[in-house]
Design a protein around this ligand. Sequence first.
Ligand SMILES: Nc1ncnc2c1ncn2[C@@H]1O[C@H](COP(=O)(O)OP(=O)(O)OP(=O)(O)O)[C@@H](O)[C@H]1O
Length: 263
Amino acid sequence: MTTILETKNLEMKFGAVYAAKDINISIQAGEVLGVIGSNGAGKTTFVNMVTGYLKPTSGDIIYRGKSIAGRPTREVTKLGICRSFQIPQLFPELPVIENMLIALTIAKQDRPVLFQPAIDGALEDEAHALLARFNIDGYADQEIQTLPQGVRKLVDIAMATVTEPDLLFLDEPTSGVSADEKMDFMRVLIDALQTTRTAVLFIEHDMEIVEAFSPRCVAFYEGTILADGPTAEVLENAKVREFVIGSEYHRSSSDSTQQAGAT
Ligand SMILES: Nc1ncnc2c1ncn2[C@@H]1O[C@H](COP(=O)(O)OP(=O)(O)OP(=O)(O)O)[C@@H](O)[C@H]1O
C-alpha cells in the first residue's frame, strides 16, 4: 500500500475553540474512506485544511512526501487533491457538455482566463469520455437545471475529476439524492473513481451508505478522532455509538446475521 496523504497532529483553532485537534489520518492510494461525525464535529474543517481553504494553526499535512500545509487551494489542486461541495457548483442554464468543457478548459490553462467556448474536437471527446465513465453521457445535451439531483451531482463530481486527481474529497455526496437513487448513485460514483484509482474521502451522515461503500471509516467528535478503522468495527465502537450514530442504529449486515440466526 502507498500512503499518499498523512496529517500530523493537525490543529485548527478559532479563537478559544478547537475545531480540530490532534488529527492524525493517513490515506492510501485508491482507498475509499468514509468520514462520519455529528454537526460541528470538525469534518469540514479537516477537509478545508487539506484542500487549502484553511491554514492549520499547527501540525502538518504531508502529500506524497511533501508538506502542503497552508498552501493555496490552486496549488493543492494542481498537485492532485480536489474536492466537490454539498451543493453542486454548476452553470444551471448550460447543457452538461458545456459545463464539462468549461471545467476541462480551465484545467488545461496555466492561468485561468475568461472562458471562450471550446470548439476543439479532442476536448469534446475527452468530455464525453468523462461523462461516460460516470454513466451520464446520455444527458450531455440537457441543461443542468432540467436534471434530477443525482445526475447533477454526478456531473459536478465528474467536473471535479478533470484534473485527474489522486485524491478526491466529497462533502455529503448523497445529500439531496432521493432515497431510491442513493445506492445506485454511489455505486456509479465509486466505480468511476476506482477505474482511475482515485482515492476518495467522503463525509456522510447516512450510515447505510458508509457501510456499503467505505471499507474504512473515521469518526470525528468535538474536533478529535474518536475511531479510525474497518467500518464494521467503527460502527460497533461503544463511543461512536454513544456520541455519533446513536445506540439504536443496527448495521444492516448485523441485522441480516440476526435475522439469519432467528430463522
Ligand atoms: N470560520 C469559522 N469560525 C469560527 N468557528 C468555526 C469556523 N468554521 C468552523 N467553526 C467551528 O468549528 C467547529 C467544527 O465545525 P465544522 O464545520 O468543521 O464541523 P462539521 O463536522 O463539518 O459539521 P457539519 O456536519 O455541520 O458540516 C464548530 O464548532 C464550528 O462552529
